[in-house]
Design a protein around this ligand. Structure first.
Ligand SMILES: [Zn+2]
Length: 315
């Protein structure tokens, strides 16, 4: 186990008191699920009590825990012990489009990484959260977490922002402001023309998330679309990234335009500070993403339902 994972384990031990009984378990405890929002409340309480990340601790354990099957290993050496789901359609170059699901709750948080292939840190941060979920996904209470850490695998391999057909996936969503113009910004021939965009739309249709967080780099801010300003501020407090109402340039056909502006779903564009790797900011980034999983505080206005979501256009 790497030193990074040891540190993550110590962090998490301080964070949660859930038992580690398996990975991505869908079993419901006898006597029914935990009380509404119980685990989220516990997570919130722990987060509020936490200081800086604790130093790695020497384990008193005498015997080793039983070995767990590693189903997937990320480029950043995350050992992912939950089995992925694979979207039926592959990327343009034929790579699998993977995602993972944890928990059985009705409140669904969708986390997307790597939409821009050259923003490697965005993939790393999502895999880091995924590795956390492998150990703690059974303590999500009324939450369900859906993670697709590598939305643009061809771009990730080629280190290009766009996919293998030179389309910017974050300009290819069927938002009202989708724009072909001269095509210089890579919107695709029509909205949802790309298999990777359709992958994300399929996740939205299947899981109807009540909140979506997409990791990007390197605008170094927490940006929001839809009714997510308060969430952006809560996440910002956990890391060094300021809240920004706009990225600073137009983003027609973006996920935020489609989901946040058009459909009213709280959508966070979590812009990391560096592109290659999250580096030393990882603990704060992880804390911010964990806060992103928490329920809204009591009294917060409810988000609009996903009534307008009907999937990709039939073209
Ligand atoms: Zn990006």
């Amino acid at each position: 186990m790497s030193r990074r994972v040891d540190r993550a384990a110590a962090f998490i031990a301080a964070l949660l008191t859930v038992s580690i009984t398996g990975c991505g378990s869908t079993e419901i405890e006898p006597g029914g699920p935990p009380p509404e929002r119980q685990s989220g409340t516990r997570l919130a309480a722990h987060l509020s009590e936490m200081g800086p990340a604790p130093a790695p601790q020497r384990s008193n354990r005498v015997t080793s825990p039983p070995a767990r099957t590693v189903h997937f290993r990320s480029d950043f050496d995350h050992a992912i012990t939950a089995e992925p789901f694979v979207h039926p359609e592959k990327s343009v170059e034929g790579r699998p489009l993977r995602y993972w699901v944890f928990g059985t709750g009705n409140e669904v948080v969708l986390v997307l990484g790597g939409m821009h292939g050259d923003e490697r840190s965005s993939t790393e941060a999502a895999y880091d959260l995924l590795e956390w979920a492998c150990d703690h996904g059974d303590g999500l209470g009324d939450r369900k977490l859906v993670i697709a850490p590598d939305v643009n695998p061809d771009g990730n391999v080629a280190l290009t922002r766009r996919n293998a057909r030179d389309v910017d996936l974050n300009r290819n969503f069927p938002a009202q402001n989708w724009l072909i113009e001269d095509g210089g910004h890579g919107p695709g021939l029509y909205p949802a023309s790309e298999p990777e965009t359709r992958f994300v739309l399929a996740l939205l249709r299947m899981y109807a998330p009540t909140r979506v967080i997409a990791t990007h780099a390197a605008a170094a801010c927490v940006n929001w679309d839809g009714p997510a300003e308060a969430l952006a501020r809560r996440m910002s407090r956990e890391c060094d990234l300021p809240v920004e109402a706009t990225i600073g340039y137009p983003t027609p056909g973006s996920l935020g335009s489609y989901l946040g502006v058009d459909l009213g779903v709280p959508t966070i564009t979590f812009e990391l500070a560096t592109k290659e790797t999250v580096g030393a900011a990882l603990d704060g980034v992880r804390r911010a993403l964990l806060v992103g999983l928490l329920p809204d505080p009591a009294g917060a206005p409810a988000a609009a339902p996903l009534g307008g979501l009907s999937g990709p256009p039939a073209r």
